[in-house]
Design a protein around this ligand. Structure first.
Ligand code: G3P
Length: 233
């Protein structure tokens, strides 16, 4: 099963725009009032909306947020897991149990060489199931690993993205997601939200299917601005 949603093209792609236009067209047709209502309640429209992920590994926080918000999964990385303490593998198993098998869990490969990333990625998917996305740093070894993992059918996220070029290369190598770090880009003296918009434009104009998963937010306005722009996650 292909994350993020079987049958729904990634946000920002022409196919996604067509599907959204079809839904809007159906919505405008008076003859379709009933089917429109059903469609609005149905999964399809929800799957077209920007996804929300919890970027935290504290189990209490995850359970509290899951109970209230329409959450699509949990994203982690080594520093997020270090903040929780304990055995990271046990923490990740507990998160998988809490979110169920259908939501996405993002787990980062730790090695910095391509072979090591491949080994880690295979082990991660074996341990945490098919709806697990392996985060791979968007560095040269990472692009190599992303490409090999794409060929093995393992889903990846090109992470630690600071520049549009990194995002383009990760997407072209076959990443399912690319993850720009908004606040950290701001802290380097650039405009994080503007960089994410540029990344979305590059993916859309190049028909690249990777979904933008923006991370490292510092406020809700940044999230809302990018939601209005139509990024995927
Ligand atoms: O996924 C990690 C990313 O969100 C980093 O966040 O707040 O440490 O910049 P932060």
């Amino acid at each position: 099963e292909a994350p993020p949603s079987a049958g729904v093209p990634p946000a920002g792609t022409p196919a996604h725009a067509r599907m959204r236009a079809d839904l809007c067209q159906a919505a405008l047709s008076p003859a379709n009032d009933q089917s429109l209502a059903a469609e609005r309640r149905g999964r399809k429209q929800e799957e077209l909306a920007m996804k929300l992920f919890i970027d935290d590994a504290h189990l209490d926080a995850i359970k509290r947020l899951l109970a209230v918000y329409p959450i699509d999964g949990v994203t982690t990385n080594p520093s997020i897991l270090a903040k929780v303490g304990g055995n990271p593998v046990e923490v990740l198993h507990a998160i998988r149990a809490a979110i169920g098998n259908d939501r996405l869990l993002f787990v980062q490969a730790v090695p910095t060489d391509a072979e090591g990333m491949l080994r880690d990625a295979r082990a991660i998917v074996r341990a945490f199931g098919k709806n697990t996305v392996v985060k791979i740093p968007s560095i040269p070894a990472g692009f190599q690993a992303i490409r090999a993992l794409r060929d093995e059918g393992i889903h990846t996220c090109g992470t630690v993205v600071y520049t549009p070029l990194q995002a383009y290369l990760a997407a072209k190598a076959g990443a399912d997601y690319v993850a720009p770090y908004v606040n950290r880009i701001d802290n380097m003296g650039y405009d994080g939200v503007a960089v994410v918009k540029e990344i979305q434009d590059i993916l859309t104009k190049n028909d690249l299917l990777a979904e933008v998963l923006a991370a490292s937010f510092k406020n809700s306005q940044q999230v809302l601005t990018l939601c209005a722009y139509g990024i995927g996650s």
